[in-house]
Write a protein that binds this ligand. Structure first.
Ligand code: GDP
Ligand code: FE
Ligand code: FE
Ligand code: FE
Length: 197
């Protein structure tokens, strides 16, 4: 039913799925299939392109299982901010991994690439597709944290309210665990929760 046009990725959906199956563990592979389904659902509800939602949902965690050295190589190759060196896979698989999606899977669409780049931290400005991927990752049907049902209800009612909900809860979690907070995560909080920038 979902036949790719070639506008966003030079692969068929079947070829993309095969590459993801090769790149990811079984549980991570199943997660990306569920994120694709939720991204499509949110795209339908919000008037976004279904094919873009599919490609972005499937590709969002493409780099998740890569060794640290692969990310360090990309950080060097593209002269990315040295600040990234203070973080690890949790931040790198999106913030750096989108370049592996571009270089290895051939995705050129900037909106899809930004959706992958920002799927973990969010960003001050997020397109509709970026909001969709950020939320689909959080509320896909395999997630079962306390509050996920509230998060789904809020997000189906209003996508931006869902973004605010996730941002607030993620920041609370990071602080409660004494984790380093990536500056973009704070930018997202200030833009989407506090609203004052
Ligand atoms: P997943 O890849 O589907 O597991 O989900 P995400 O890409 O959304 O998140 C990966 C991890 O990054 C989660 O454990 C988040 O709690 C964590 N994370 C999100 N924002 C930050 C941040 O600002 N700093 C740190 N250290 N971790 C973060
Ligand atoms: Fe992720
Ligand atoms: Fe997420
Ligand atoms: Fe994910």
């Amino acid at each position: 039913d979902l036949t790719y046009t070639g506008k966003y990725i030079p692969l068929s959906r079947e070829e993309l799925i095969q590459k993801l199956d090769d790149a990811l563990t079984q549980s991570r592979f199943e997660h990306v299939l569920r994120v694709e389904q939720m991204a499509i659902e949110l795209a339908k509800r919000n008037g976004e392109d279904i094919e873009k939602a599919s490609v972005a949902g499937l590709c969002h965690d493409y780099a998740k299982q890569r060794p640290d050295d692969d990310f360090l190589e990309v950080i060097k190759k593209y002269h990315l901010d040295d600040l990234l060196l203070h973080y690890g896979n949790a931040i790198w698989h999106g913030e750096v991994g989108y370049l592996l999606v571009q270089d290895e899977l051939g995705v050129t669409d900037i909106d899809i690439l930004n959706s992958i780049k920002h799927h973990t931290t969010g960003a001050k400005y997020m397109s509709k597709l970026e909001q969709i991927v950020y939320m689909a990752d959080y509320i896909e049907m395999g997630r079962d944290f306390p509050g996920v049902e509230d998060a789904r209800k809020i997000t189906f009612n209003d996508l931006a309210d869902g973004v605010a909900y996730q941002t607030k809860h993620t920041l609370e979690f990071l602080i409660s665990e004494n984790k380093p907070v990536y500056p973009k995560t704070i930018d997202t909080y200030n833009a989407w929760v506090n609203g004052s920038n």
